[in-house]
Ligand binder design. Structure first.
Ligand code: GFB
Length: 322
């Protein structure tokens, strides 16, 4: 039976993040009440506070988009934060939601849960079949624990808790902090600054050869609402676009969009991470969902948003070091 969102109270945990804010925009098209709490109002790492807030606000369902996230360098250099904070957030939200008997919960993971050298495209049942990519194993272990916690509550208490595993994401509200961000916002910023600063070259991390798949945050949000309504299984489910590109070609695409003609330089003292992570999305497409935004269009919109923000007409999170 589909889960009907009509009239429901939905708690979007992490509503100010890139994924959470996309979920907020998408839920605006559903006839439901959205509940949110800012970080000042509720620290999701605080177990008693989280339980108290959920008990008081009585959501019917939760979309758990709150997490400590970051790019390869942030993951590699702050392993304790990525492991501890994510375990705390998800244990508190999933645990309290289970204790209070909420009707549905959607947990969000990441494609980095899969083994570093998983066969491509990566199917859901590759989970726990091999060693993880070392730069992000701390984050990955937390996310694997989250999947297992949802499965455990299903098995032991019959709760409708599900997990979605998105591929690399980008879009409005991304983090542009040069040290902490993911590759796409980093390239957008570097290329914008090179163009506007009259530089002749752009410096990339690693060799440029790793392959990544990118999904626009608004497509992810659409998939998540689709899954809330239509998915109720123990196994986590992949969410991807099928659009895979090397990091060097990604930089060339951003340069094309930005109309900047410079050289690429590679800093091989920085890590490449996993060589390839393309998700197999057969299970999701078989249910009837597909991404809508092409990578070029998504980058063009995101580049325009960045350019507008830095010229003083908008706001971006990572422009100052948080
Ligand atoms: O997006 P990204 O930081 O994360 O990096 P991962 C992807 C690739 O882009 C790596 C290269 O090969 C980087 O070396 N790259 C090139 C850059 N230039 C840059 C740059 O200026 N900044 C960044 N950030 N990368 C993350 C995981 O892995 O993906 C997380 O660490 C999470 O846990 C996330 O799963 C989705 O794709 O390698």
């Amino acid at each position: 039976m589909p889960y009907d969102l009509t009239g429901k109270r939905i708690f979007v945990a992490g509503h100010r993040g890139m994924v959470g804010s996309a979920v907020m925009r998408r839920l605006g098209r559903e006839n439901c009440t959205v509940l949110t709490a800012t970080r000042q109002e509720l620290d999701l790492r605080d177990q008693a506070g989280t339980r108290g807030w959920i008990a008081e606000n009585r959501p019917d369902a939760v979309i758990l988009a709150a997490a400590k996230v970051g790019g390869i360098h942030a993951n590699d250099t702050a392993p304790a934060d990525f492991l501890h904070d994510n375990l705390a957030i998800q244990n508190n939200v999933i645990g309290a939601s289970a204790e209070l008997g909420l009707g549905k919960l959607l947990f969000l993971g990441s494609s980095c849960i899969y083994p570093k050298l998983a066969p491509q495209p990566i199917t859901e049942d590759s989970l726990l079949t091999g060693p993880l990519e070392p730069t992000n194993e701390w984050y990955a272990i937390a996310k694997i624990a989250g999947i297992k916690l949802c499965q455990a509550y299903r098995k032991q208490h019959g709760l409708d808790f599900i997990s979605a595993m998105p591929t690399n994401l980008y879009g409005p509200g991304d983090n542009y902090d040069p040290a902490g961000s993911h590759v796409l916002p980093a390239l957008i910023r570097k290329i914008y600054e090179a163009k506007n600063g009259g530089a002749a070259e752009v410096h990339l991390w690693g060799t440029g050869s790793p392959l990544r798949e990118f999904l626009h945050a608004d497509d992810l949000a659409d998939a998540l609402i689709f899954l809330m309504q239509n998915y109720s299984e123990e196994q986590h489910i992949n969410v991807g676009s099928g659009e895979e590109i090397s990091i060097a070609d990604l930089a060339r695409l951003v340069m094309e969009v930005a109309e900047f003609d410079g050289d690429l330089r590679f800093d091989t003292s920085m890590p490449d991470g996993t060589p390839r992570k393309l998700l197999d999305t057969f299970r999701l497409s078989d249910l009837g969902w597909a991404a809508q935004t092409s990578l070029r269009d998504g980058i063009a919109a995101t580049y325009a948003e960045f350019a507008q923000a830095v010229s003083g007409k908008g706001e971006l999170r990572g422009l100052i070091n948080e």
